[in-house]
Structures are given as structure tokens and as C-alpha cells.
Design a protein around this ligand. Structure first.
Ligand SMILES: C[S@@+](CC[C@H](N)C(=O)[O-])C[C@H]1O[C@@H](n2cnc3c(N)ncnc32)[C@H](O)[C@@H]1O
Length: 288
């Protein structure tokens, strides 16, 4: 018996090779050399078209993307870091915007080596190879390694969080503990804040909480004892291995309850104005 007809959009699948199909598609476009190479906007347009007409992709997309590029033009971050690079759409869009705004570097942290390889080729095609770096590993390990190498020693100006929802909060806690946010300056952009997977975590309560409320959130979690350990200095001096030797679990360290964030309301989208019902962008300044 034939399967019942359904108008529902097929669910995204991460294992069906659609990202490689995208790569093949882009490199077989007839006007590749004439109008696509070294043209970030044309590449982004092709990714959007592929996602609409061939297979759905899980990139940030043009509407939310435009909000973030406007923010970049206003705030002019020098160093922008993203958690979750996928096929390089946000890296190309935001990396190009950071470069245009006079920034120094865009770093994309991606767990999946196939996605990272695709992103690297598309970033190269866009002419952004010298500006954007992709680091392949779980974000918490990459953050520690980049701090040890000195790449993050001056802090992150703008952070784009867009990886797996259960990692938003623990990776933000690590970033806080490593002292990577600049008081009063750093901006955090988080995609999919209305996603069910995220509402099950304490990410939104954490970024909206007062220091006292944050203490209560921390009490819900069980952390390894870190008495007397300076996480930032341990990582700067010994990297991931030094942290392990000191008993630090980089995957789950307590955040800094004294840090307070503020929403930047002019860019904040929620259920009402996001294009899809359960996605939005939440932007916060670190005020303390
Ligand atoms: C929603 S996609 C990112 C989309 C991308 N920011 C864009 O807009 O073009 C999520 C990506 O996060 C990656 N990811 C998941 N967990 C991660 C982790 N712990 N560290 C780094 N990357 C991770 C996944 O492999 C996937 O490629």
C-alpha cells in the first residue's frame, strides 16, 4: 500500500549526504568562475536556493542572517567566534561582514569533519580563506586549545551560538570561566532560542538571570570540585591536558554568576517576528 500523502516538510537528516550534494551542486554551476568565485553573496544565494528547492539545510538563513550582519556593521567586532559552522553559510555571511567592518578574524568551531571540509571549500571559493578559520573538534576543546595558543587571549567581541542545543549553556559557562568575554563589550547572538531542545535547557534563564538567580541555577547541576583552581590560568599554561590533569571537566564547568547580560532590544526577535515560529535571535551585552 502506498504511503499516505503528506504535505509536511521532510525532517532534516544529518546522514543522507545532502551537504556533499550541495558541494557538488555548487562546483558544477555553469557560471562558477564568471560570477560565483570570490562572490560571498552569490554563494550564499546558491546555498539558500539549494535548501529551498533540493534538500532542507540547517543554516541560519537570510532573514536572521541580515539581523546579525546589521549588528556586525553597528558593533564592528574585531574577533567573532561561532559555535557550529555546518557548511559555512554563517561563516561566509558573518565573516564577510566582520571583514567589511574592519575586523581581524572569524573563527568557526565545528565538530563534524565532513561539514568542516565542505565549509572550508566554500569559504575558499568565497575568497575568505585568509579571514576565516575552521577548527574541527567539540567546541569546548577548541576553545581551550585556542586560548592556550594565545588566539583568544584578548577575548571574543562577538559570539554566535548555533550548535547542538544541549551544549549552548555548558559551552557558554566554559567561555565565561575562561574569561573570554569582555566586560561591557562582548555580544552574544544565539540562534534558535525558541527551539524545543533549548527551552528544555537553562540557557535562556541563565542569560536573563540576576547573580542571585544564577546561583540557584548552578545548584541544579553537579560539578567536579574546583576549589582553589583558576580555570583560565590552568588552560593558558597547560591546555586541554593541563586542565584534565588538574581535574577540570571542560565539558561542564560552572559559569560566572556575577556576569549579567542585557538584551539589545532593537535586534531581539522572538515568537512574533521570527520567520519560523520557533526560532529567533537573542542578543545580550555583558555589562558587569
Ligand atoms: C545548526 S548547524 C550550524 C549552522 C551554521 N551556523 C550556519 O548558520 O550556517 C549546527 C552545527 O553544529 C555542529 N556541532 C554540534 N555540536 C557541536 C559541538 N559541540 N562543537 C562544535 N560543533 C558542533 C554540528 O555538527 C552542525 O554542523
Amino acid at each position: 500500500m502506498a504511503a499516505p500523502h503528506s504535505d509536511a516538510k521532510p525532517r532534516y537528516r544529518s546522514d543522507d549526504g545532502r551537504e556533499l550534494e550541495l558541494l557538488k551542486h555548487i562546483f558544477s554551476l555553469p557560471d562558477l568562475e564568471r560570477s560565483i568565485r570570490n562572490n560571498p553573496a552569490a554563494i550564499l544565494n546558491e546555498i539558500d536556493k539549494f535548501s529551498t528547492t533540493e534538500s532542507h539545510l540547517i543554516h541560519v538563513g537570510p532573514e536572521k542572517g541580515a539581523m546579525v550582519t546589521a549588528l556586525i556593521a553597528d558593533e564592528k567586532p574585531s574577533l567573532m567566534v561561532e559555535l557550529g559552522g555546518y557548511v559555512g553559510y554563517s561563516a561566509i555571511l558573518f565573516g564577510d561582514a566582520v571583514r567589511r567592518a574592519g575586523g581581524q578574524k572569524y573563527i568557526s568551531l565545528e565538530l563534524n569533519p565532513v561539514n568542516a571540509a565542505i565549509a572550508n571549500l566554500l569559504i575558499d571559493l568565497a575568497g575568505l580563506r585568509d579571514f576565516i578559520s575552521i577548527v574541527i573538534a567539540p567546541a569546548h576543546l577548541s576553545l581551550a586549545r585556542l586560548l592556550e595558543k594565545g588566539v583568544l587571549k584578548s577575548g571574543i567581541d562577538m559570539l554566535f551560538i548555533d550548535h547542538w542545543k544541549q551544549r549552548y549553556l555548558p559551552d557558554l559557562w566554559l567561555i565565561e570561566s575562561l574569561g573570554l568575554l569582555k566586560p561591557g563589550k562582548s555580544i552574544i547572538v544565539a540562534d534558535n532560542i525558541l527551539h524545543r531542545g533549548l527551552s528544555e535547557s537553562d540557557y535562556i534563564p541563565w542569560v536573563e538571570a540576576s547573580p542571585e538567580e544564577k546561583q540557584k541555577i548552578l545548584q541544579k547541576h553537579t560539578f567536579k570540585s574546583l576549589t582553589g583552581i583558576d580555570i583560565r590560568n590552568t588552560v593558558i599554561n597547560g591546555g586541554v591536558e593541563g586542565a584534565e590533569a588538574a581535574g577540570i571537566d571542560l565539558e561542564l564547568v560552572p559559569g560566572k554568576s556575577e556576569l549579567v547580560y542585557e538584551p539589545i532590544s532593537k535586534y531581539h526577535t522572538g515568537r512574533d517576528d521570527a520567520k519560523e515560529k520557533d526560532v529567533g535571535i537573542h542578543i545580550l551585552t555583558n555589562k558587569s
